[in-house]
Ligand binder design. Structure first.
Ligand code: ATP
Ligand code: MG
Length: 437
C-alpha cells in the first residue's frame, strides 16, 4: 500500500505550530533510527490551521525502546502500553504502531468480563491483554484508526504528510469518513458513534453518507459500553465549546436516549425541558469560548433536571414533604443514570446540592445564610436558567439578583416584605411555595 505523500510545499504545517517537546520527541526517535510521526487529531488540526490541544506520536519503537531514549518517560496502561514522555510541562503520548482491531477486542473483552458472569473474566482478560499489544506496521496502524482525517501521519523527515486513506481530500471536503466498513467499525467499538458526532460537531464537518447511515440503527450498541468510558466521552463531547451542536446531533441520530434515557423521554413532549437543555448547552459553550470556568456538575444538573422533576412531582403527589421528595427523586435519578453513564461523586454531590438549593432559594427569609453557601452561585444561575426556559418562579431570579447587588441597608428593605409577610399575611409563604413547585 503506497501512501500519497503531501510534500512540504503542498501543506500548511509549520514547525512553529508544533510544540518544542513534540519536535524533540520526533527528532530523538528519528536519530535513534526509529520512525516517528505526529498522528491523529494533531495532524488534522494543524492542516485545518488550528492549534492542536495535544500531540500524539506513533512510532515503530516498542514502549521499552521509547522509554530508553528519554530521561523522563514512563510506560503506562495495561491493555495498551504507551509511553508518556515528559518534556517540561508537556506530556507527549507515544504509541507503538498497533495492528488490527485491538480496540474491539478490548471493548468486547471488557464487556464479557463485566456482564457475562459465567465467563471467567481472568480468562477473557488474559486473552484481551495478549491480543491488545499486538504491534503492527505503519499501514496497520493507519487502518485501525477511526476516520480518514484522523489517520494522517506527519514526519519531520522531509516534513511530509503520509496519507493512505485519502484523508486530505476528506479534510478539504470537510467530511468525516470512516476507514473500512462503517457498520463493522461501529460494531467493533460503538464509542466511534459518539466520536463521529463529537468530531463532526467540533470541526463543523459533515458525516459522510455511508458513515452516517449505520449510526441510528446501531446506536443501541452504546448500551453495552462501560459507564465509566461513557462518562469520559461525555466530558469530551460537552466541554469542547460545541456542546449545543453535539446535543442537536445526538438528537438527530437518536443517540441521546441511549445516554440519558429518562431525560430523553421527557424531551419528547416537554418543550420547556428542551429549552432548558439547549440554554444550558449554549451557556456552557459561551463560557468555554470566553475561557471561563465550567463544571460538569452544573451541566449534568440541567441535563437530568427534567427526569428529576418528573419523579419529584410524583413524590409531592404522594404527599411527601418537598425536601424529602427532592432528596428521594435525586437518589432515584442518579441511581438510574449511573447504569448508563457513571458520575463521579465529585460531580454528583454538587449536582444534588444545586437541585436541593432550588428549594432553599425560595426561602427568602433565610437569604443571609443561603447566600454564603459555596453552592449558592451555581444554584442561583440554575434558577435563572429555569426562568429563561419559561418556568414561572414569580420573580425569584430577579429578587436574588437585586439582593446580591444590594448593600446591607437595601438588603434589609428587600427582606422587609418577606418578614412582614411571614408575620401578618400569607403572601411571603405563597411566594415560597409556588416557587418550590
Ligand atoms: P481531539 O482533538 O478531540 O483529541 P482526536 O481525534 O485526537 O480528537 P483522541 O481521542 O485524542 O481524538 O484520539 C487520537 C487518535 O486515536 C484519533 O485521531 C484516532 O486516530 C485514534 N482513535 C481514538 N479513538 C479511537 C477509536 N475508538 N477507534 C479508532 N481510532 C481511535
Ligand atoms: Mg487528541
Amino acid at each position: 500500500m503506497n501512501p500519497t505523500i503531501i510534500t512540504r510545499d503542498q501543506h500548511c504545517i509549520s514547525r512553529k505550530n508544533i510544540s518544542s517537546g513534540c519536535l524533540k520527541v520526533l527528532y530523538t526517535l528519528n536519530d535513534a533510527g526509529y520512525q516517528a510521526f505526529i498522528v491523529g487529531g494533531a495532524v488534522r488540526d494543524l492542516l485545518l490551521g488550528k492549534q492542536p490541544k495535544d500531540f500524539d506520536v506513533a512510532t515503530d519503537a516498542t514502549p521499552e525502546q521509547v522509554k530508553a531514549e528519554f530521561r523522563n518517560a514512563r510506560i503506562i496502561g495495561r491493555r495498551f502500553r504507551i509511553v508518556h514522555v515528559i518534556m517540561g510541562r508537556e506530556i507527549i503520548e507515544v504509541s507503538t504502531f498497533r495492528a488490527g482491531n485491538t480496540d474491539s477486542v478490548e471493548i468486547q473483552g471488557e464487556k464479557l468480563a463485566r456482564s457475562v458472569k459465567h465467563i471467567d473474566s481472568a480468562h477473557s482478560n488474559s486473552g484481551m491483554i495478549l491480543r491488545d499489544n499486538v504491534y503492527g506496521t505503519l499501514e496497520q496502524d493507519v487502518m485501525r484508526r477511526d476516520f480518514t482525517v484522523n489517520a494522517l501521519y506527519y514526519t519531520v523527515r522531509q516534513f511530509v504528510v503520509h496519507d493512505y486513506v485519502d484523508g486530505v481530500t476528506d479534510l478539504d471536503n470537510r467530511q468525516l469518513r470512516m476507514i473500512g466498513d462503517p457498520e463493522q467499525r461501529y460494531r467493533e467499538d460503538p464509542v466511534r458513534i459518539l466520536r463521529a458526532i463529537r468530531l463532526s460537531s467540533k470541526l463543523g464537518f459533515n458525516i459522510e453518507e455511508q458513515t452516517a447511515a449505520p449510526i441510528k440503527p446501531l446506536a443501541q450498541l452504546l448500551d453495552s459500553i462501560p459507564a465509566a468510558r461513557l462518562f469520559d466521552e461525555i466530558l469530551k463531547m460537552f466541554f469542547a465549546g460545541s456542546s449545543l451542536q453535539v446535543f442537536n446531533s445526538l438528537q438527530k441520530y437518536d443517540v441521546f436516549k441511549h445516554l440519558f434515557p429518562e431525560t430523553a423521554k421527557e424531551l419528547k413532549h416537554n418543550e420547556m425541558a428542551n429549552k432548558l437543555l439547549c440554554l444550558a448547552f449554549a451557556s456552557t459553550d459561551q463560557r468555554i469560548n470566553d475561557l471561563k470556568s465550567v463544571t460538569p456538575a452544573f451541566l449534568l444538573a440541567a441535563i437530568l433536571w427534567p427526569a428529576l422533576q418528573k419523579i419529584y412531582k410524583q413524590n409531592l403527589n404522594h404527599k411527601m414533604p418537598p425536601m424529602v421528595a427532592m432528596h428521594q427523586a435525586a437518589q432515584s435519578v442518579v441511581s438510574e443514570q449511573i447504569n448508563h453513564i457513571s458520575i463521579p461523586k465529585r460531580f454528583s454531590i454538587p449536582m444534588r446540592e444545586i437541585w436541593e438549593f432550588q428549594l432553599r432559594l425560595p426561602r427568602l427569609n433565610r437569604a443571609n445564610t443561603t447566600i454564603t453557601h459555596k453552592r449558592f452561585r451555581a444554584a442561583y444561575d440554575f434558577v435563572l436558567l429555569r426562568e429563561q426556559s419559561g418556568e414561572d418562579l414569580q420573580g425569584l431570579g430577579k429578587w436574588w439578583t437585586e439582593y446580591q447587588e444590594a448593600d446591607l441597608e437595601q438588603r434589609e428593605k428587600l427582606l422587609a416584605p418577606v418578614k412582614r409577610g411571614r408575620r401578618h399575611s400569607k403572601s411571603g409563604r405563597r411566594r415560597v411555595k409556588s416557587a418550590e413547585k
